[in-house]
Structures are given as structure tokens and as C-alpha cells.
Design a binder for this molecule. Sequence first.
Ligand SMILES: Cc1cc2nc3c(=O)[nH]c(=O)nc-3n(C[C@H](O)[C@H](O)[C@H](O)COP(=O)(O)O)c2cc1C
Length: 197
Amino acid sequence: MEFDEVIRSRRTVRVFRDEPIDEETLRLVFEAGNQAPSACNVQGWRFRRLDADDKELLVRMGGADFIARAPFACLVLYPFSSDTYDDEVQSAAACIENMFLKATDLGLGGTWVCHLPASWRLRRALVIPWHYKIIACIVLGYPRQERRPMARKYDVDQLFELERPRLSLRAVAKYLYMRQPFRPLFIERRFTKRFEN
Ligand SMILES: Cc1cc2nc3c(=O)[nH]c(=O)nc-3n(C[C@H](O)[C@H](O)[C@H](O)COP(=O)(O)O)c2cc1C
């Protein structure tokens, strides 16, 4: 695929064909991730592959339900940084986006998932070493349907205009709720967005 076509056709995919991804193909995706820039060239992204039991567990604990149906899923980890600009998140995000672009180029699709259980619970359940921040979960597979382009909300000129904050009671409640360590699932589901695709 042409570079521009890859960028434009990358879309979030949550429903997959029942077809595994071979290891060679996965390797190409991870090689693309590994080429990403990173703060101080740390290249600290690490992955924890999730097997079927891990995926079920993650969903039972409150993670997005499509994770269990994805042919491939892993957590993205990055060593905690002492910087105040969330270096570790930014570096890991660069890696993740490279991976999704490569996945698109290879005919795969997937989702960048942050709808996950509280990180301390996930860390304990999956035995993630304390010095790694859990950044996200990524799932990959062959899309069941073709995804349509998604219109941009703003054109490029508008991107240079700053907006007023858009505060709603719900947003404030969600902000406060998500920052406390004990999150009962029945409340969490009220804040969960449902996607059809
Ligand atoms: C940081 C981040 C977190 C996301 N978390 C979730 C998630 O938890 N669940 C989900 O279904 N999609 C998640 N997404 C995917 C977005 O919903 C998706 O990118 C957005 O709707 C735009 O669609 P597109 O990727 O097809 O352009 C996430 C994306 C990003 C960048």
C-alpha cells in the first residue's frame, strides 16, 4: 500500500474473522513498532502476550469484552519515567501507532484498548513487574468487515485554534471515578462506551 493510503485506511477494528495471525506476520508488526522514536532513545516498549485464559480474565475483571474474541492480544508496557511529560506514554504510543500502521499495510486490523481494569489489579493478576507502566492493550486480527473512512471532525486550519474546555457533570464524575483504585464493575459499566464495529 502507498504510505498515504495506509494512514487513511487504518481504522479501529473490533470484530475479527476466526483466523489466526501467523508468527511471521506478527513479527513484521512488532518490528515496525520497534522502529518508533522514544524519549532518550530508551526503546523501552515491552509486550506481555495474552493467552486465551489471560484474555478471559481481563474481560471478567472489567476489560473491553471484544479482547476475548481477538486472535491476538498483548499488553504494552514501558518502564516508568521520572519526566513530567509522560515520556513513557508518549514513547509507547509512538510504538503502538507504528504497529497499527504496519498491521493495516498487512491487511490486519485491531484496537488500541485502554478500557481495562484498574492497573494495580491487572498488574497483580498478570504478574507485571512493578517498574513497568501498563500503557494499553492491543488486539489484532483479520477484520470481518471492510471499514469505511471516518470523516475528520476538524480541518487542518482549525487545529491551530484552541477551544474552551467542554465540561459536563458526567465527565467530571468519570474523571474522579477512574482515578480511585476500587472500581466496582456495576458502576464502571455506566461509563463504558459500546461500539458496533
Ligand atoms: C489511547 C486510545 C485508547 C483507546 N481505547 C479504546 C478502548 O478502550 N476501547 C475501544 O473500543 N476503542 C478504544 N480506542 C479506539 C478509539 O475508539 C478509536 O481510535 C476512535 O473511535 C477512532 O476510530 P479510528 O481508530 O477508526 O479512527 C482507543 C484509542 C486510543 C488512541
